[in-house]
Ligand binder design. Structure first.
Ligand SMILES: Nc1nc2c(ncn2[C@@H]2O[C@H](COP(=O)(O)OP(=O)(O)O)[C@@H](O)[C@H]2O)c(=O)[nH]1
Ligand SMILES: [Mg+2]
Length: 342
């Protein structure tokens, strides 16, 4: 499908998405089409939470222990994690005991505030430093969504007016190089690749040199994520960082760990492992669509308050969004149009 360089695709989308919108919340939110897409991708997690707290949203139940237990369970089931759930429940129970919350509607609002305040500190959009190039090293396990997210990021950055170069640092599988090259062609950005089996660190080194020579703004480097040779992978990542450092420009300026939200609490050990190997500085959370475990973002925020740059909400080229905490919580707790107005 032909896509015009700017605007065309976005306005097509908002037309498609706003036409059938029976939900007044779509009009209310700024950037309506983004919101509705996010809202739809969070539907499984929302269903999970709403199952327990439907009454909070729609009913006027008196707040008793049962209500609080149901709320706690639904947070845990949505993978919010024990620590974050406990923090939220302590804050809410405290307000209940001080009689600050008159009914379940007030409790629902208080929950929204607690969830937002957990995410607020990690809602820091990607910023391109004054370094030329600004180098983003992308890491994560196989299948997390690294290569796809790199393609989508290239698209977003180009739209913002930045020049981008991709580095095919996943040299482990031939298919990985081809996949990144295909994204580069589609988004019309240069890619530096060598064959399968090439030294990842040297591919990325060459890419940075090439970007420097061409005056390119941003280098995004892909890496391998095989877990079966974990020690080898971690050594390789450390080496990549070391070799990058030799270029003397302070690269990498960002080490972005891509996490598949569908892995749930396992995301926490991934952050720990990759941080040990290569000092993770920011996160992207993919595949929020299709999982009921999107609550894991709260668990991650509680344990590792790293900036979340992007969220992945689908397989399409436009399905990577900058992470906005308030939109996320709104989409997660909103009553479905069908429940509210049909
Ligand atoms: N539904 C959905 N699929 C995604 C998302 N991000 C990536 N994928 C898919 O996940 C699979 C693995 O992605 P890939 O980028 O190859 O992962 P990598 O091994 O980490 O590079 C691909 O089929 C992607 O299309 C997302 O946000 N939503
Ligand atoms: Mg890949």
């Amino acid at each position: 499908m032909f896509r015009s360089k700017k605007g065309g695709r976005a306005s097509d989308q908002s037309m498609q998405e706003e036409a059938p919108a029976a939900n007044p919340a779509n009009d209310r939110a700024s950037g309506g089409s983004m919101w509705s897409r996010l809202g739809r991708s969070l539907s499984k997690t929302r269903a999970q939470i709403a199952e327990g707290i439907g009454d909070l949203i729609l009913g006027e139940r008196v707040i008793d222990d049962d209500v609080m237990d149901e709320l706690e369970t639904s947070l845990l089931v949505a993978d919010v994690g024990i620590e974050a759930t406990e923090r939220i429940m302590v804050a809410l129970k405290d307000r209940v005991s001080r009689r600050e919350l008159a009914n379940t509607k007030a409790l629902h609002q208080a929950l929204a505030r607690e969830l937002s305040s957990l995410l607020e500190p990690i809602g820091q959009p990607l910023e391109i430093s004054a370094n030329r190039p600004h180098v983003i090293l992308v890491v994560g396990v196989n299948g997390a969504g690294k290569t796809t997210s790199i393609g989508k990021m290239a698209r977003l950055l180009k739209r913002q007016g930045h020049s981008v170069l991709l580095a095919a640092g996943d040299t482990f599988r031939a298919a990985a190089v081809e996949q990144l090259t295909a994204w580069a062609e589609r988004e019309d950005v240069p890619v530096i690749a060598q064959g399968q089996g090439a030294d990842s660190a040297s591919v990325i080194f060459d890419a940075i040199a090439s970007a420097t020579a061409r005056g390119i703004d941003v280098v995004i480097a892909d890496t391998a994520g095989r877990l079966q040779a974990k020690a080898g992978l971690m050594d390789e990542l450390a080496k990549i960082k070391r070799v990058m450092g030799k270029q003397g420009s302070g690269a990498p300026h960002e080490v972005l760990l891509v996490l598949d939200a569908g892995v749930g609490q396992n995301a926490l050990s991934q952050v720990r492992e990759f941080d040990k190997a290569c000092g993770v500085t920011s996160l992207a959370l993919t595949k929020l669509d299709g999982t009921a475990k999107a609550g894991v973002i709260f668990a991650v925020a509680e344990a590792f308050p790293l900036p979340v740059r992007f969220i992945g909400v689908g397989e399409g080229a436009d399905d990577l969004q900058p992470f906005r905490p308030q939109d996320f919580v709104d989409a997660l707790l909103e009553v479905d149009a069908a429940d509210g107005s049909a």
